[in-house]
Structure formats: C-alpha cells, structure tokens
Design a protein around this ligand. Structure first.
Ligand SMILES: [Zn+2]
Length: 85
C-alpha cells in the first residue's frame, strides 16, 4: 500500500503544479491582450522548446506561452488568432 500512496500523492502534486503553471500563463496571456495597454499580442518567434513568443507593439511587453490551449483559444472581441502556422 505504501508505494501506491506515494505514487498517488506525486500525481496529485504534479497535477497541481501543471495546473498552476498553465493558469499563470493563461493569466499572462490575458485573452490575447496586453495587460498594460489592451493591445493584441503579435506573434514574433517560437523557441527550441516550442514556446511561442508574443510581443505588444505598443509598449514592448513580451509574453512566452509554452503550454497548449492558451494561445489557440478564441480571444475576446472577435479578434483573430495571431499565430503564424
Ligand atoms: Zn502593451
């Protein structure tokens, strides 16, 4: 029983960490809008890990999104997805 309790606990902890990391990026992404000046993010690069870099052309703010389902979600105000591809 002991080992399975540890495995179960590890899975729970890992899930929480993943959720928090995802949630934090989701917060930074802010529905595709720069939190400083309400301008839409503009895609500029993808790093070697597959993280997508977005920049605000107005204030120079940069956000890196590495988790899925964040920058592919529909953004508010009917704005279109900024991703290349
Ligand atoms: Zn901005």
């Amino acid at each position: 029983m002991g080992i399975w309790n540890v495995v179960f606990f590890a899975i729970i902890v890992f899930s929480i960490i993943v959720f928090l990391a995802w949630f934090f990026e989701r917060m930074q992404w802010n529905d595709g809008i720069c939190g400083n000046c309400n301008n839409p993010w503009v895609y500029f690069d993808t790093d070697s890990q597959g993280g997508r870099g977005y920049k605000c052309k107005n204030c120079g703010n940069v956000v890196w999104i590495s988790w899925p389902f964040i920058d592919t979600m529909k953004v508010k105000n009917g704005q279109t997805d900024n991703r290349k591809e």
